[in-house]
Design a protein around this ligand. Structure first.
Ligand code: UD1
Length: 506
């Protein structure tokens, strides 16, 4: 660890000595923690970081995206593999391929869970959130059970026990609580050795004058380096080596907040493997121009995602002859990578990932040592995005799935119009209601009379009845006929192991 004198000299050299202005007031523990933090800072990189941040932020005001829209082109429809437009045989073939790869232990999932979840506004990691399902399951719980089920499906089909390792990228904010939560919940029935958590790096937030901000009198304001920090974190934590040791070839990367996420989705994996892809993205048709999803498109002939915060509104609104959105391939943050592709990125392209700039309200300690929570932007955060590696792919594919079945993100607190705990809960319960009806169940009202089926409940109303199906019973609607055909169900209904046993006996 460096000494105070060393820290002072180094910070003076890069014009950041103001960070030490409260030094005399810190107690011994605070001093030692602060010196430990400063010891980790690479001063040369810091200087570049601050210069880069102010330049990028200044550039942003003068609209650097002017050129972008001229080079944007939509993904040609024929390039997109589609659940909607493919026949059953083709879909079965992709699914079988994916299940086979899972049974061979070649597939892992990787969760991006280092974000701060600012919009949802809870003080703990988003995966620990419960959207109010009858079972009270959290997002992590649901995801873990889907892994268990997909392992079971693959093992059942190919007769050999198999594992889908779960890699979880956390950050300084989320690692400890996530680890604790998993331990307390016995890893939701998964073998702890197959749940691998690792941490992404943090980067300092920069004030508009190029100076770092203090979040406490002895602590720099830092933020995770964006979900594109994944690639650096894979190297820092030797995650690719772990995958190699386990024989993992294919990775399904996803973001934490989509309650409908198909973990290690066999159809998506199978599609990508069959196409010989090294990199792929799942999309849904974008719902409306302002929807906060990135769009997969080409820029200068190269596939990439233009993020919702960076697309020009007039491009987002552009419509084709039939009134459809031209840029409609909405990114749902579900990606496919081969391990080889990730190795190439980590060896050759780490330094080439674009830095995205965001102006944010960063709480800071003012000249008098008081914590200020600003009500307008005062800091620049630099982030990398996970999808910015698409441009380095040799064989990139896009796979379109149905929104009702696969995308309902939890972004905002209740009270917001969309992407809230309520909309997420409704999406899941509506899906399970559809599955139960398709399997032949009839639901009864409180008087015991059959309820007429209502197949398309919408997100702004509750499904006609409460039916929740445990992922341990069905991964994606399969296997329900034997339990539910011609059964009259009295809601609320939770189809778990116990209920399944009873149904089988009746
Ligand atoms: C950059 C990116 O992928 N943007 C996508 C993200 O946007 P959006 O802005 O919603 O992204 P979030 O901030 O929710 O982050 C996405 C995921 O990345 C994780 N995370 C974030 C920051 C970080 O430093 N570390 C980290 O692991 C979060 O925990 C989350 O699981 O999801 C949308 C769909 O829901 C997509 O349409 C957007 O194109």
């Amino acid at each position: 660890m460096i000494t105070f004198e060393e820290a002072k000299t180094r910070l003076e050299l890069v014009g950041q000595s103001h960070l030490l202005r409260f030094w005399p007031e810190l107690n011994e523990e605070e001093k030692s923690l602060f010196l430990a933090e400063l010891s980790e800072v690479n001063m040369e990189e810091l200087e570049d970081h601050c210069r880069g941040a102010t330049k990028a932020a200044f550039g942003q005001e003068t609209s650097p995206r002017d050129g972008l829209h001229l080079e944007m082109e939509p993904v040609p429809p024929e390039f997109i593999g589609s659940v909607k437009r493919s026949d059953k045989n083709t879909l079965d073939d992709w699914e079988n391929e994916g299940i086979f790869q899972i049974s061979e232990n070649k597939v892992a999932v990787l969760l991006l869970a280092g974000g701060q979840g600012t919009r949802l506004g809870v003080p703990y990691p988003k995966g620990m959130y419960s959207v109010g399902l009858p079972s009270k399951k959290t997002l992590y719980h649901i995801q873990a059970e889907r892994i268990r089920k997909v392992q079971e499906l693959a093992a059942g089909k190919h007769g050999s026990k198999c594992t889908v390792p779960w890699y979880i990228m956390t950050s300084e904010f989320t690692l400890d609580p996530t680890e604790k939560f998993f331990r307390e919940n016995h890893h939701f029935g998964l073998d702890p050795s197959n749940v691998v958590m690792f941490e992404q790096r943090m980067v300092p937030a920069v004030g508009f004058n190029g100076k770092l901000l203090l979040e406490q009198r002895g602590k720099i304001a830092m933020a995770p380096d964006g979900n594109g920090g994944l690639y650096r974190a894979l190297v820092d934590n030797q995650v690719l080596e772990d995958m190699e040791r386990r024989g993992v070839e294919y990775l399904h990367v996803y973001c934490v907040d989509n309650i409908l996420v198909k973990m290690a989705d066999p159809t998506f994996i199978g599609f990508c493997v069959r196409k010989g892809a090294d990199c792929g993205a799942k999309v849904v048709e974008k719902a409306y121009p302002e929807e906060p999803v990135g769009v997969v498109c080409q820029v200068g002939g190269v596939y990439q995602v233009v993020e919702y915060s960076e697309i020009l509104p007039e491009m987002a609104k552009l419509r084709g002859p039939a009134g459809e959105l031209v840029y409609s391939a909405g990114n749902i943050c579900n990606h496919f990578f081969t391990r080889d592709f990730l190795r190439t990125i980590s060896q050759h392209f780490l330094g080439e990932l674009k830095q995205h700039v965001a102006l944010k309200k960063v709480p800071f300690v003012d000249e008098d040592g008081n914590l200020v929570k600003p009500n307008k932007s005062n800091g620049i955060k630099m982030e990398k995005y996970v999808f910015d590696v698409f441009q380095f792919s040799k064989k990139f594919v896009v796979f379109e799935v149905l929104r009702d079945e696969e995308f309902s993100p939890l972004k905002n607190a209740d009270g917001a119009p969309l992407d809230t705990p309520t909309t997420a809960r409704r999406s899941l319960l509506a899906q399970h209601y559809r599955w139960a009806l398709a399997a032949g169940a009839t639901f009864l009202d409180q008087q015991g009379m059959p309820l007429p089926p209502k197949l398309r409940p919408v997100q702004d109303e509750d499904p006609p009845t409460v039916c929740e199906i445990s992922p341990l019973i069905s991964y994606f609607g399969e296997g329900l006929e034997q339990l539910l055909r011609d059964k009259a169900i009295t809601p609320p209904f939770i189809l778990d192991d116990v209920a399944a046993e009873k149904l089988l006996k009746n």
